[in-house]
Design a protein around this ligand. Structure first.
Ligand code: AMP
Ligand code: MG
Length: 420
């Protein structure tokens, strides 16, 4: 991993790094990990595929009925007026009929049952009148192939079913099962160690003393890392002491592919963090042209990549989603996907200074006329975690933008985009 310190930017007054440039540097610097494993389909949910899967069979593997009804010879049905055919048997899903449908005959057939020899169309049972072993119906529109699902219509034997880099969701698991795949090769879970820094932090379950706050970042991080499908190690709260900080970083760097901390990355504050990271790895302290989340540290500790997220809870979450999550996806071998962005009418006026991108917490909703609108969740301080909990999206105000008036269109990114 090569982290350049070129034009950036720990000293106050130095240039800010744009969100796009920061992300590009991060993605250029982190490696794709090569470890893979073979898993049963169920265990592979939310993993990233590490092989090309090709179909060994046609899907469906035989022509079958798309309806409950009667399999007929379309050629028998092209005279005008009322027709009669004799029912010669039944084809059930899983229990085919072994004979042949001859002229003047038909077969009772269920959805998914094998099409019998001789027949080439299926009449819906609702369009047919049955009396004993005779059916009658009005002809006119029975073409060959009506209500028939042909072999290979979904997937053909030899077709590529899924490519490496796909994250396996419910549909992908179903698709793999449909072509008879019981096991797949996936990338191993990324190992991520994380801890919080700060003497003011208290873990939940213990009463607060004066001046203390609960460590919320580790819980938000736990949630975000779980959704990202990684294997994680929660190393707790580390006191602002030289030895503790050094031990924690050393342990984290030895056990993980990625180390994430929160707090202690503001300029001038993080003496032990800076000192330790310079000793054990390579680190840049960046001032990002964004709000929330201006301070961000990135680099490596030993062989692990490292993110030092800001301590403020909203900043920690936003910087995780914008920078750490794309890095995790790349390291786990996931193919990059375009951000899920919507244009919505903004219900709130936002004033901002040009020069820093802003990520406001918003509530996106669909109006009665079908258009999308988005409003603020209220107070937007980077310490106001309730603004994240109320929100379902980020409102993305670009750096060059000097704010928006209510009624103007803005770009929003649903939180859903961060869940896969
Ligand atoms: P820092 O980045 O360490 O200067 O912290 C910035 C702000 O975030 C301070 O108000 C900290 O108390 C707060 N903070 C830091 N770490 C956490 C955490 N793990 N949970 C909640 N708040 C935190
Ligand atoms: Mg701190």
């Amino acid at each position: 991993m090569n982290v350049s310190t070129a034009d950036c930017c720990a000293e106050p007054g130095q240039k800010l790094l744009s969100v796009e440039a920061g992300l590009t540097r991060i993605l250029d610097a982190v490696p794709v990990l090569a470890r893979t494993e073979q898993l049963h389909l169920r265990a592979a949910l939310d993993r990233v595929l590490a092989e090309t899967v090709t179909a060994q069979y046609d899907v469906p593997s035989f022509a079958n009925s798309a309806m409950d009804g009667y399999a007929v010879r379309s050629a028998d049905c092209n005279t005008q007026g009322e027709m009669q055919l004799q029912v010669v048997g039944t084809s059930f899903a899983g229990a085919p009929f072994n004979g042949r449908v001859e002229r003047g005959q038909c077969l009772r057939i269920m959805t998914g049952a094998v099409m019998p020899d001789g027949a080439d169309a299926v009449l819906m049972q609702e369009h047919v009148h049955r009396k004993e072993d005779q059916i009658s119906f009005s002809t006119g529109s029975v073409s060959a192939g009506l209500n028939v699902r042909y072999a290979g219509e979904d997937t053909r034997s030899g077709d590529t079913v899924l490519e490496p880099g796909v994250r396996l969701g419910p549909a992908e698991l179903g698709l793999l099962a449909s072509v008879g795949v019981a096991e797949v090769r996936v990338t191993q879970r990324l190992r991520v160690a994380f801890f919080s820094t700060g003497d003011e932090l208290c873990s939940v379950g213990v009463p607060l003393e004066k001046g203390q706050i609960y460590d919320s970042n580790r819980y938000a991080l736990y949630g975000m890392l779980s959704r990202a499908g990684v294997e994680f190690f929660d190393l707790g709260v580390i006191a602002d002491q030289r030895d503790s900080v050094r031990d924690a970083f050393r342990q984290a760097g030895n056990m993980a592919d990625l180390v994430i901390t929160s707090g202690g990355v503001s300029v001038g504050e993080a003496d032990y963090v800076t000192e330790t990271l310079e000793e054990l790895g390579q680190i840049d302290f960046w001032r990002m042209a964004m709000k929330p989340g201006k301070p961000l540290a990135f680099g490596r500790i030993g062989n692990a990549a490292f993110f030092g997220l800001p301590g403020n809870p909203v900043s920690a979450m936003v910087t995780f989603y914008l920078f750490a999550l794309p890095a995790i996806r790349k390291m786990q071998g996931q193919t990059a996907h375009d951000a899920l962005l919507f244009e919505a009418r903004c219900e709130t006026t936002f004033k901002k200074a040009a020069g820093r991108a802003e990520f406001q917490r918003g509530i996106l909703k669909r109006e009665a006329d079908g258009s999308w609108s988005v409003g603020t969740t209220g107070v937007q301080g980077s310490h106001v975690l309730s603004s994240m909990a109320k929100a379902n999206c980020l409102i993305r105000l670009p750096a060059e933008n000097a704010g928006v008036e209510a009624g103007q269109m803005v770009t929003v990114q649903p939180f859903l985009d961060f869940d896969y």
